[in-house]
Design a binder for this molecule. Structure first.
Ligand code: GLY
Ligand code: MN
Ligand code: MN
Length: 414
């Protein structure tokens, strides 16, 4: 129970310290004041257990990556300091453990190692929340609401059960200030993201040499992911995309099994993880090794748009204004219809990390990824870098991977 994210053989990063994770909980406790908050790890289905990942919110506040169904209760005004942070785990199930791995029992040692006041089973959850609701009268949500038809978030569902029993309870929302904390990455988090970016860049460099007419998209992916691992990467942050020809225009293409042809472009969008943190980088290649003039014109337009949006990544700027910087350039060139996704997203524990829906925070890390997709012309282009938003301006974490046309062509030659 309660292991950190797995460490790849040969990787040598420093994981996030327990003390840093404890300070995160204290900060959320401060923003809650006398309200109560719940954070759910999320569910899994048995067959998918190998791929299970906790919610960003739960991993950020606990560092625990292997306890589906776990819940963290934050009750910062509890008179007993031991009850201010309570972690609850599912009951042990010997049959499940025989299939999926042995879990640790509850103990004072486990509690102290996790640095929380109390560890319980999730069977106590409704009891604890009802007790807290009676005492504080104030409950707050720490997960962004999901629109219908997705189910009601588990925190809100749990609060509603308590509110039915305790008159006068208020339920308000604290997810935005919580997500602002998650968005601003600490030095230790930035080191891990840079490590993931470095391993991803190594993968793209190696994969670029596999791109040629007659080769299969799958060969590109195999070299990419093998190189991630050789550089300490921990698997894929998301399903990698090697889309050639018309597949380059499919935003989340995943088959990765077409034979590339002379005259195609190939969009290679991928990222590995390190210490639980993600990278997400895209480069677009001319399959025959040289951009023709139509491809070059389109590529230069996307690159110009990308540079404008990167420049706009400063603290206090809204992401929609960062988006507008690129969109204006593509619109003006008459290709607005061919750029049909947003400019980027927060990056961190998840590739599409939680978004506070506020202006960019200092030390946020975001992707900038304009694209241009013209299926009828066999043109698909996306370029994506990972940007650290600093008070001194944007810092491009993936700038060492060439993005200009000549540099991209040179990558293919190795
Ligand atoms: N690969 C998914 C994305 O770039 O957002
Ligand atoms: Mn991407
Ligand atoms: Mn992305």
């Amino acid at each position: 129970m309660a292991k950190k994210a797995p460490t790849a053989p040969g990787s040598s990063y420093t994981p996030i310290a327990a003390d840093e994770i404890s300070k995160r909980r204290q900060k959320v406790g401060k923003l809650l004041k006398d309200r109560v908050g719940l954070v759910f790890a999320g569910e899994h289905s048995a067959s998918l257990r190998g791929d299970w990942e906790p919610s960003v919110e739960f991993y950020y506040l606990t560092g625990i990556a292997d306890e589906p169904g776990a819940v963290l209760l934050l009750d910062p005004s509890h008179p007993n300091p031991r009850r201010r942070e309570v972690l609850m785990f599912r009951t042990r199930d010997p049959e499940d453990e025989a299939w999926h791995g042995i879990r640790e029992g509850l103990s004072p040692q486990l509690r102290d190692r996790l640095g929380v006041g109390t560890v319980f089973r999730t069977s106590r959850l409704n009891w604890l929340v009802t007790e807290a609701a009676s005492r504080t009268g104030k409950l707050a949500t720490l997960h962004e609401p999901r629109p219908a038809p997705a189910g009601v978030n588990q925190d809100l569902a749990t609060y509603r059960l308590a509110a039915e029993r305790v008159p006068g309870v208020s339920i308000d929302s604290a997810w935005q200030p919580f997500y602002q904390l998650i968005a601003a990455k600490s030095p230790a988090e930035r080191t891990l993201i840079q490590g993931a970016v470095d391993a991803t860049m190594a993968g793209v460099r190696a994969a670029a040499r596999e791109i040629k007419p007659g080769a299969n998209e799958g060969a590109v992916i195999r070299t990419l992911t093998r190189t991630f691992a050789e550089h300490g990467g921990e698997g894929n942050a998301f399903n990698p995309i090697a889309g050639s020809g018309v597949n380059a225009t499919v935003l989340h293409y995943g088959a990765n099994n077409r034979v590339m042809e002379d005259g195609d472009m190939l969009v290679l969008d991928s990222g590995t993880k390190m210490g639980g943190y993600c990278a997400d980088i895209t480069r677009t290649f001319p399959v025959n090794g040289t951009f023709n003039s139509t491809q070059a014109d389109a590529y230069e337009l996307v690159l110009k748009a990308m540079k404008a949006s990167i420049k706009a990544c400063t603290p206090g700027t809204w992401m929609h204004d960062v988006d507008a910087a690129a969109r204006e350039i593509i619109d003006k060139a008459g290709y607005g219809h061919a750029f049909y996704h947003g400019i980027g997203h927060h990056l961190g524990i998840s590739v599409h990390d939680v978004d506070p829906k506020t202006p960019l925070a200092k030390d946020a890390i975001v992707t900038i990824e304009p694209g241009l997709y013209l299926p009828e012309e066999n043109i698909g282009i996306r370029i994506e870098d990972d940007i650290h938003v600093t008070a001194d301006g944007p810092k491009n974490l993936s700038s060492k991977l060439p993005v200009d046309r000549k540099g991209v062509e040179a990558l293919m030659k190795g």
